[in-house]
Design a protein around this ligand. Structure first.
Ligand code: SAH
Length: 492
C-alpha cells in the first residue's frame, strides 16, 4: 500500500518544509511498526523546489488472519485461502488510513511547533494513491473529493491486467489530488475517505469511531453533499452509530448556520409584506398570528420548539395569561442570545419563574416536554432534512402530545412575489425545503390523522389570489387522548 504527498516551493519557502509539517525528516528513511504491519516513510525527492514524502505500508496478511481481522473481502467468501491471499497488502484501504493517522498523528491534528504559521496556510499539494480500491468507481471518487477544495481530482480506473485489455477494469483507481489545501485538512480527508471508498472496514467499529469521524471531519464533513454515504460507510453501515453521527453533524451545521444568522437578526431586516411607508415585518405578523392562535386555544403553558433567539418567548412573556413558557432549541448559541435578549439575569424572580430556556433536539423524544397546553413550531420544520421530519413528528405529536400545536412554514409559491420587493430579501439559506400550500396540507393532514389531531389552516401575511400568503400556518388540536398504537400497546 502506497501513498505519496508532494509539494512545491522556492528558496524562500522551501518545499522541504513538508518534513517539518509531517514531523518526518526528509533525509531519513524511517520505519514504524503499526497494528497491521510495518510502515515506512521516506522521501523520493527533497529539494527546495519539490519535495515528496512516501508512505508505504507492508501488511502482514498472516498476522491479520491471526488477529481475526483479515476476513471480510478478497476472493470467494468460502475459500479458506482468501483470508491469506487477497489484496490487503497492496491496495490502499482502511489499513493505510490507520497507518496514516499513526505515523502522521501530529500533522493530522495540525500541530507543528517549528512552523506554526505554515500549518494554517494552504500549500500546493499533490497526493497520489496508485491503487485505491473504490467501490462506486471513479465517479464516486470524484463525488467525494470534488467538493473538498481540490483544483483537480483525477480518478483513473486501473486495468485488471495491462496485457489483457479485454479483461476490463479492476475495482481499483489511481487517485491524484492536486490543489492548494492545508496539509492537515488533506490528511484528515484521506483518513476518512480511504476506508469509505474501500467500504470494508477491517476492525470492529467501536462507539468512539463516531468521535474519531467527527474530529477528522471537522471543517468539511458537515457540509459535504455525500455526508450520509460517508458516515454510513465509515461506520460500517451500523445504523445506530450512523444516526448518532448524522445528528451530531446536524448540530455542527446548525451552529455554523447560526453564526451567519445572528447578523441578520441584529440588523433587524426581515421579509416584509408591504412596500408602503411603514411595512409590518412578516416576522411580526407571524408572531401576532401565533399569539392569537394560542389565546384562542386557551393555552397558558406553552412550548416554543426551535425558539431560536427568543423573539416569540419575549412576546409571550408580555402576556400574563402565559404562565409557563419553555423555549427549546438545539443551538446553544441561539439560546445564549435569547437569554441576553430577555435579560434573564436582571429579571425579577416571579417573572423568571415563568420561563425556561433549554437545549434539546426535536428529533428525539424528550420527557420534559410532556403535559403542556400548546407547542409552537415557528419556521422550524423547513430547517430539518426531510428524512428527519418523521422523528420530529413522533417526538412532538406522538410523545409530547400537547393539546394544541401551531406550525408555520414558508409558502414557496409566494417566493415569486419577493423578487418585486425593493429589499430583494431572500429567505433563509439553511432551509432544507420550502413547500407549496398543497404540500404543506398533505403533510399536516397525514400527521394529524396518524396522531389523533384535527387540523385547520390560516394564511399569514397578504393572501395573494394566485400564489397564496407568504407564510402558511396550521393549527393542530388533539382529538384523541391516546394514539392507536398506544392503545394497542396498553391492551397487549
Ligand atoms: N422559531 C424561531 C426560529 C426559527 S429558525 C422563529 O420563528 O423565528 C429555526 C430554529 O430551529 C433555529 O433556531 C434552529 O436552531 C432550530 N432547530 C433546527 N433544527 C432543530 C432540531 N432538530 N432541534 C431543535 N431545534 C432545531
Amino acid at each position: 500500500m502506497f501513498l505519496t504527498i508532494s509539494t512545491t516551493g522556492s528558496l524562500a519557502r522551501p518545499a522541504t518544509d513538508l518534513g517539518f509539517l509531517l514531523h518526518k525528516h526528509p533525509d531519513k528513511a524511517q520505519t514504524f511498526s503499526t497494528a497491521h504491519g510495518t510502515a515506512h516513510v521516506f522521501y523520493p525527492e527533497a529539494t527546495a523546489e519539490r519535495c515528496t514524502s512516501a508512505l508505504l505500508l507492508e501488511v502482514d496478511p498472516v498476522a491479520l488472519v491471526r488477529r481475526g481481522k483479515g476476513k471480510g473481502r478478497g476472493g470467494a467468501p468460502d475459500s479458506a485461502l482468501a483470508q491469506y491471499v487477497n489484496d490487503r497488502p497492496y491496495a490502499a484501504s482502511s489499513l493505510l488510513a490507520v497507518a496514516l493517522s499513526t505515523v502522521f498523528k501530529s500533522a493530522l491534528r495540525g500541530v507543528c511547533a517549528a512552523l506554526p504559521e505554515r500549518v494554517e496556510a494552504p500549500m500546493p499539494l499533490r497526493i497520489e494513491v496508485p491503487a485505491l480500491p473504490a467501490r462506486g468507481g471513479p465517479e464516486l471518487v470524484r463525488k467525494l473529493f470534488g467538493p473538498l477544495g481540490w483544483a483537480s481530482v483525477t480518478a483513473e480506473p486501473v486495468a485488471l491486467d495491462e496485457r489483457f485489455p479485454e479483461w476490463g477494469e479492476s475495482r481499483y483507481v489511481r487517485l491524484v489530488l492536486e490543489g492548494e489545501l492545508r496539509l492537515a485538512d488533506a490528511l484528515r480527508q484521506l483518513y476518512v475517505l480511504l476506508p469509505v471508498l474501500d467500504d470494508a472496514k477491517h476492525y470492529w467499529v467501536a462507539p468512539d469511531e463516531v468521535d474519531k469521524l467527527l474530529r477528522a471531519g471537522e471543517g468539511w464533513l458537515a457540509a459535504h453533499p455525500e455526508q450520509q454515504l460517508i458516515t454510513s460507510r465509515y461506520l460500517s453501515r451500523r445504523w445506530g452509530l450512523t444516526r448518532q453521527a448524522m445528528e451530531r453533524l446536524e448540530l455542527v451545521r446548525l451552529a455554523e448556520a447560526d453564526d451567519l444568522d445572528v447578523e441578520d437578526v441584529d440588523n433587524a431586516v426581515d421579509e416584509t409584506t408591504d412596500t408602503e411607508d411603514k411595512p409590518v415585518p412578516l416576522a411580526v405578523q407571524r408572531r401576532d398570528a401565533i399569539l392569537d392562535t394560542l389565546r384562542a386555544a386557551g393555552a397558558s403553558r406553552v412550548l416554543d420548539l426551535g425558539c431560536g433567539q427568543g423573539q416569540l418567548v419575549q412576546a409571550l412573556l408580555k402576556d400574563v395569561r402565559f404562565t409557563e413558557i419553555v423555549g427549546v432549541d438545539v443551538s446553544v448559541r441561539a439560546l445564549t442570545i435569547a437569554g441576553r435578549r430577555l435579560k434573564l439575569d436582571q429579571m425579577g424572580e416571579r417573572q423568571a419563574a415563568r420561563i425556561t430556556l433549554t437545549q434539546g433536539s426535536l428529533t428525539y423524544t424528550d420527557k420534559r416536554l410532556g403535559g403542556y397546553d400548546a407547542a409552537v413550531l415557528s419556521e422550524v420544520i423547513e430547517h430539518l432534512d426531510l428524512p428527519r421530519l418523521p422523528a420530529l413528528e413522533y417526538a412532538v405529536f406522538g410523545s409530547a402530545r400537547p393539546q394544541t400545536v401551531v406550525v408555520t412554514t414558508p409558502n414557496v409559491e409566494y417566493n415569486v412575489r419577493w423578487e418585486t420587493l425593493p429589499a430583494g430579501h431572500v429567505r433563509h439559506g439553511d432551509h432544507r425545503f420550502e413547500w407549496t400550500r398543497a404540500e404543506f396540507r398533505a403533510w399536516a393532514d397525514q400527521v394529524a390523522a396518524r396522531y389523533g389531531y384535527g387540523v385547520t389552516y390560516a394564511p399569514v401575511g397578504p393572501d395573494d389570489p394566485e400564489v397564496g400568503p407568504p407564510t402558511q400556518l396550521a393549527v393542530f388540536t388533539k382529538t384523541k387522548t391516546k394514539t392507536n398504537s398506544e392503545k394497542e400497546a396498553k391492551a397487549a
